[in-house]
Every structure is written in structure tokens, then in C-alpha cells.
Design a protein. Structure first.
Ligand SMILES: NC(=O)c1ccc[n+]([C@@H]2O[C@H](COP(=O)([O-])OP(=O)(O)OC[C@H]3O[C@@H](n4cnc5c(N)ncnc54)[C@H](O)[C@@H]3O)[C@@H](O)[C@H]2O)c1
Length: 259
């Protein structure tokens, strides 16, 4: 078991905005050292979140811009985090893209490749290099967490590539849990429904649309979920208390869909 005296280190990808930013702030408030990642063009946003974290929580925090779908970026980032902050204990492979809503007949090979590259290959690379580092550290208690989606459990029309990419995260999470369990590492994913974030704003998603789409009368559908709702779940999955949960993709969707 990882000593309680060590300050654990979390790396959050896609942390410049939305769910990733909320997760980074939440893990910092939980007392972890934080490494932030997002694409190069969001370097300034990352730096300002790093400042916010330092000011609010006094945490040690670094920004590592890079593309999660590039193997050398992920390898470098994991190595730099471990050297700079002392270890890597929690990997949150959150970065993802959604792309336009298009039926299969109008979806191009390029759109398909783009979405699978970031959402599936990116998560695979983050899981792989995080686990490699955690195994090399030689101590139990590592936590690897990925971003799936409600569409990782049930297909939604006009989201073929996105749905496939999020089903892939769910399958990968199960395999990684089986393979990394022997090192005391748990691997889980979160499957949000419609969460208020730049991604859902870009897709012009409203609570009433979601409610209609699933013809469900639960009161939770009067609003979209908040990024903090997802961050709360990730906080628990990242904690030492969650050690008996692995291989799961946990829905957080206001009741949009029951597993
Ligand atoms: N918002 C929702 O309703 C919702 C629902 C289900 C699942 N999700 C998933 O949750 C995750 C976060 O979603 P969000 O709503 O915060 O999205 P968002 O678009 O607001 O933020 C995603 C972040 O990932 C970054 N990113 C994209 N490609 C990257 C790459 N190659 N390398 C590094 N960073 C990259 C983006 O720059 C962005 O800052 C995504 O994986 C998304 O698919 C979101």
C-alpha cells in the first residue's frame, strides 16, 4: 500500500477547459500534486489554471502541453511528470474530441480517423505509459482513469466514430484492469451523459434535447450535468479508498440510461 505520507501525483489530459479542468482543480483540492496537459495551442490556458491551482491550494503543479495521440508526446510527458513531481500515481486520460454530428453515410474516413486517433489511441497511449511508470515505481496503489461516455454503452445516431471510440475505451479499460491488477493498479473509466462544457456547447446540446432523446421524465433532466459532478466521481476513483473497484466504466448521466 502506498504510504499515506507521500503526496500523490496526478496527470490530467485535456485539462485546459471543461471536465478536465474541473478534475484537475478537484484533485488539487484533494491534496495531490498536479500535472496538466492539453494541446500546444492551449498552453496559456494551462498556465493560468496552474496559477489558479497554486493560489487556491498551494499545490505543486506543472503544465505539459502535448498531443495525447502522439506516442513521443505521451512518453515524454509521463517521464517529465515523474521526474519533475517525483512520481505518477494517478493518470486521468480525459482528452477527447467529438466532431460534427453526421450519419454514417456522410461520415468521412478522415473524420473517423481523427476521432479514433484522439479518443481511443490517445487513451491507449496514456494507459500504457502511465502503467509502465507505475510498475517501474514498484509500489501498489496506482490509479488509471479514462473518459468513456454514455455513447460507450449505447450507440447514438449520427455519432458513429465517437460512439465507436468510447466503446473502445470501455473495452480497453477492462483489458488494462486485468493486465495491471497484478501490480496493484486499478483501471476504471467514467461515462458521462450530457455535461455542461465547451464540448456540449459546441454541439448545441440542451437539457430538453437530451430529455426528449431518451423520453425520460427524471427531474435530473431539467439541467445538464456539471463538470464538478464528473470531477467528484474521478476524485473517488483516484482515491486510495476505491481499491476494490476496477475494470468498470461508471455511468454519470442523471438517469439518462440505466446499466
Ligand atoms: N461534455 C459532455 O457532455 C461529455 C459527455 C460524455 C463524455 N465526455 C468526454 O469527457 C472528456 C472531456 O470532455 P469535455 O466536455 O470537457 O470536452 P472539451 O472539448 O470541453 O475539453 C476537451 C479538452 O481536450 C483537449 N484535447 C483534444 N484533443 C487533444 C489531444 N490530442 N491532446 C491533448 N488534449 C486534447 C481539448 O483541447 C480540450 O481542452 C472527453 O473525452 C469527452 O469525450 C464529455
Amino acid at each position: 500500500m502506498l504510504s499515506q505520507r507521500l503526496t500523490r501525483v496526478a496527470l490530467v489530459t485535456g485539462a485546459a477547459q471543461g471536465i478536465g479542468k474541473a478534475i484537475a482543480l478537484r484533485l488539487a483540492s484533494d491534496g495531490l500534486k498536479i500535472a496538466l496537459n492539453d494541446i500546444q495551442s492551449k498552453g496559456d490556458q494551462l498556465e493560468s489554471i496552474a496559477e489558479e491551482i497554486k493560489k487556491s491550494f498551494g499545490s505543486e503543479v506543472y503544465a505539459f502541453p502535448g498531443d495525447v495521440s502522439e506516442e513521443r508526446d505521451v512518453e515524454y510527458m509521463v517521464e517529465a511528470v515523474s521526474k519533475g513531481l517525483g512520481s505518477l500515481d494517478v493518470m486521468v486520460a480525459n482528452a477527447g474530441i467529438s466532431g460534427p454530428l453526421t450519419p454514417i453515410l456522410a461520415t468521412t474516413k478522415e473524420q473517423w480517423d481523427d476521432i479514433l486517433r484522439v479518443n481511443s489511441k490517445g487513451v491507449f497511449l496514456c494507459y500504457k505509459y502511465a502503467a509502465k511508470q507505475m510498475v517501474a515505481q514498484g509500489r501498489s496503489g496506482g490509479r488509471i482513469i479514462g473518459a468513456s461516455s454514455v455513447t460507450g454503452k449505447q450507440g447514438m445516431a449520427h455519432t458513429s466514430a465517437y460512439t465507436a471510440s468510447k466503446f473502445a475505451v470501455r473495452g480497453l479499460t477492462q483489458v488494462a484492469a486485468l493486465e495491471f491488477g497484478q501490480y496493484g493498479i486499478t483501471v476504471n473509466a467514467y461515462a458521462p451523459g450530457a455535461i455542461e462544457s465547451p464540448m456540449s456547447q459546441a454541439a448545441n446540446l440542451s437539457a430538453s434535447q437530451v430529455g426528449k432523446a431518451v423520453s425520460n421524465s427524471l427531474p435530473s433532466f431539467s439541467t445538464l450535468g456539471k463538470t464538478g459532478d464528473v470531477a467528484g466521481l474521478v476524485s473517488y476513483l483516484a482515491s486510495q479508498e476505491s481499491g476494490y473497484i476496477t475494470g468498470q466504466t461508471i455511468s454519470i448521466n442523471g438517469g439518462m440510461y440505466f446499466d
